[in-house]
Design a protein around this ligand. Structure first.
Ligand SMILES: Cc1cc2nc3c(=O)[nH]c(=O)nc-3n(C[C@H](O)[C@H](O)[C@H](O)COP(=O)(O)O)c2cc1C
Length: 368
């Protein structure tokens, strides 16, 4: 895929618009999904309104919600976000409406199920121990724990897989009610769908395990079921772990195949992350260590990709887009550090990005 569309004007590549089905983004900066552990039985709170709202006002073209689970038992922690009952759509709608009314950003929901990585305390409480009696039964492709200290999941039955496909579809219907612009499936980092895709976690001997085609069966059923209920003009993204960083796990060649299958089933963009399939360590991450995988998938499939990982500067983000290594640049920790990164990057790259009416005076201030 040529990068010509971004080099045709004087606008820095990072600030060129991007269209996916009927969704128009004003720039290529994406707020990467981040669990916030601030929900009550899956219902998001004022925290998400302010957290996602301020990042939308900070100028990102697209804001992606935290991993939002389609089953109560699919949460990582008791405080994780959900889309498993109608009230959740109402709570999310307030966040979506704010983003649409008060910013030019679009907002996507990351639909997920934690699988064998579920039923643990929120991130900052893990050092204190387990959930004890509060923990629920976890499920996975096979009865293999994520790490030496994790609980062993129960192998899902074929009937449970079919039920989960329907729960993803119901999650998509509620996401449409809430007004989301895009769905992203969390198919990376060892959570349920990702664990079916990796031979390190999936050692089933039925039609849902074995070679790559069989391991992809459940994730593809989810994509097809959601595509059937999700509006035609709204795009779908899939976040994958492009490599497992472990002997015997998926490699980039597998992920190119995985991406092709997902794209054929109705996914529009591949969000390329890596690892976190098992509790084993991963290489020390330096520089834009995940971008080569985005670039490889983009080149092999000719379809859009999103890159993520260690992107912190306007120059790096702009370079990734200008060089055709990805179509979108997702940022997590740097967006926590600087929710106004897109506006700051615009100034640095010499692009005049309009400010919200309430903040218009900044434009005059910048012009000196
Ligand atoms: C606090 C926090 C929560 C995260 N939660 C999610 C999540 O819900 N879903 C997901 O796909 N990735 C999640 N991630 C991973 C980020 O989206 C991102 O891929 C990773 O942090 C690398 O990007 P960065 O170097 O810009 O932080 C999380 C990261 C952080 C820091």
């Amino acid at each position: 895929m040529a990068a010509a569309d971004v080099s045709a004007s004087n606008i820095p590549a990072l600030f060129t618009p991007f269209r996916l089905r009927g969704m128009d983004l004003i720039n290529r900066v994406v707020v990467s999904p981040m669990c916030m552990y601030s929900s009550d039985d899956g219902t998001v709170s004022d925290f998400q309104l302010v957290h996602l709202g301020s990042r939308a006002m900070g100028g990102a073209g697209l804001v992606i919600t935290e991993m939002t689970n389609v089953h109560r038992d699919g949460r990582i922690s008791p405080a994780c976000a959900g889309m498993y009952k109608p009230e959740h759509a109402t709570a999310w709608k307030r966040v979506v409406d704010f983003v649409h009314d008060q910013s030019e950003a679009k907002i996507a929901i990351q639909l997920a199920h934690a699988g064998r990585k579920g039923a643990i305390p929120r991130a900052w409480e893990r050092a204190k121990g387990t959930l004890g009696d509060e923990a629920w039964e976890i499920v996975g492709p096979s009865a293999i724990p994520f790490s030496e200290t994790s609980a062993t999941p129960r192998e899902m039955t074929v009937a449970e897989i079919a039920d989960m496909v329907e729960r993803f579809a119901q999650g998509a219907r509620w996401s449409e009610e809430a007004g989301f612009d895009m769905i992203e499936f969390h198919m990376g980092h060892g959570y349920l769908l990702s664990s079916f895709m990796s031979p390190l976690a999936n050692q089933r001997d039925d039609d849902y395990g074995g070679d790559l085609t069989r391991r992809m069966r459940f994730p593809l059923e989810v994509v097809e079921a959601v595509r059937a209920v999700w509006p035609e003009d709204k795009p779908i993204s899939a976040r994958i772990s492009a490599v497992d960083w472990e002997e015997g796990g998926n490699k980039i060649e597998d992920s190119i195949e995985i991406s092709r299958m997902l794209l054929d089933a109705g996914v529009d963009i591949i969000d390329v992350s890596t690892g976190a399939i098992t509790g084993a360590g991963r290489p020390t991450a330096t520089g834009l260590f995940q971008t080569p995988f985005s670039e490889a998938i983009r080149k092999a499939t000719g379809k859009p990709t999103m890159t993520v990982g260690n992107i912190r500067t306007a120059e790096d983000a702009n370079g990734v887009i200008a060089d055709g290594r990805a179509d979108l640049c997702a940022m997590a920790k740097w967006e926590l550090y600087d929710p106004y990164f897109p506006r700051h990057a615009a100034v640095e790259l010499g692009y005049e990005m309009p400010w919200p009416n309430q903040y218009k005076q900044v434009e005059r201030m910048l012009k000196g």
